[in-house]
Design a protein around this ligand. Structure first.
Ligand code: C5P
Length: 286
């Protein structure tokens, strides 16, 4: 089990929130894409249960729970329970490169990587087992079992893999501040506005698959995010005026991204130098 796997970040290319459900969640329709930016995850079996748990290292480990509240640990325990396996001597190593709580799905991706690793060690695990556990851990985790380009519906757990898109360059703009109960708060705020109708996602899925930019994309959370995250609107204006193009919010934010020709990535990142957030150049990856 010692072999490490990559747990990629994601961006939402299109994200529509269609309505509130009776279980308190929201019905969404979104197209997600994995990126080259990734954490590294491995699992080992330790001799005593006192050494079991989660170890977090790497350049983005600040603020990531290195204990049993980590989603990756929850996923391991839930899968073990389902398969009647022993999780008491597992140790999960996470080397963080994806900034946490930014709308890039890092925690869910780590948890999905753990499920993939455990499925190799526990061959009786079926795709249904993995999907059931993923859905219980977080709404966007099922997507990471598929990766690449995919549409996610329902509360995010109904995932349909799409044909890979042309490769694009991506520049991430990552503010350091985030909010308590961020995702829940943004959904609550959106609930006070008229919901989306799924047209934009359907159109994107059916549309031609050439090169696109942020101005061809949509994220419903932008209707409320700039009121909720202090300073985010000013940051967006400052980024867009420097790079001369639009950026989109990823997931519930606050990370924003530029997307376009891979050959322009370094230039866009250089133009943005000096903005008041971390700037990370990466690319789409399947
Ligand atoms: O599933 P996850 O833990 O990522 O969701 C965090 C919170 O976001 C949920 O507790 C819920 O309030 C909200 N949510 C929602 N509809 C979704 C996904 C999340 O209302 N489809």
């Amino acid at each position: 089990m010692a072999e490490a796997v990559l747990a990629p970040a994601k961006i939402n290319l299109v994200l529509e929130v269609l309505g509130r459900r009776s279980d308190g969640y929201h019905e969404i329709d979104t197209v997600l894409q994995t990126l080259a930016l990734a954490d590294r995850v491995s699992i080992s079996e330790v001799a005593t249960s006192s050494d079991a748990g989660v170890v977090v290292s790497g350049p983005r480990s600040d603020g990531v729970p290195a204990d049993r509240s980590n989603l990756a640990w929850k996923a391991a325990v839930l899968l073990a329970e389902r398969l009647r396996r022993d999780s008491s001597r597992l140790r999960v190593f996470i080397e963080k490169h994806i900034p946490p709580a930014g709308g890039l799905g890092g925690g869910s991706s780590d948890a999905a990587a753990v499920l993939r690793l455990l499925a190799r060690a526990w061959p009786e695990a079926t795709e249904d087992d993995l999907l059931d556990v993923a859905t219980r851990v977080g709404s966007d985790e099922a997507f990471f079992l598929a990766g690449g380009t995919a549409r996610a519906q329902g509360r995010g757990e109904r995932v349909t893999k799409l044909a890979p898109l042309a490769h694009h360059g991506v520049v991430l703009f990552i503010p350091s501040a985030t909010l308590e109960r961020k995702t829940a708060q943004l959904f609550e705020r959106l609930g006070r506005l008229p919901f989306d109708h799924s047209y934009r996602t359907s159109r994107f899925v059916a549309g031609p698959r050439g090169e696109f930019s942020a101005s061809d994309l949509y994220n419903s959370f932008e209707r409320v995010a700039f009121d909720v995250f202090p300073g985010l609107g000013d940051l967006r204006r400052s980024i867009e005026s420097r790079i001369g193009g639009e950026v989109r919010l990823s997931g519930a934010g606050p990370t924003m991204f530029w997307i376009g020709p891979a050959s322009a990535t370094e230039r866009v990142a250089a133009l943005a130098a000096g903005v008041d957030c971390a700037v990370v150049a990466t690319r789409t990856a399947d």
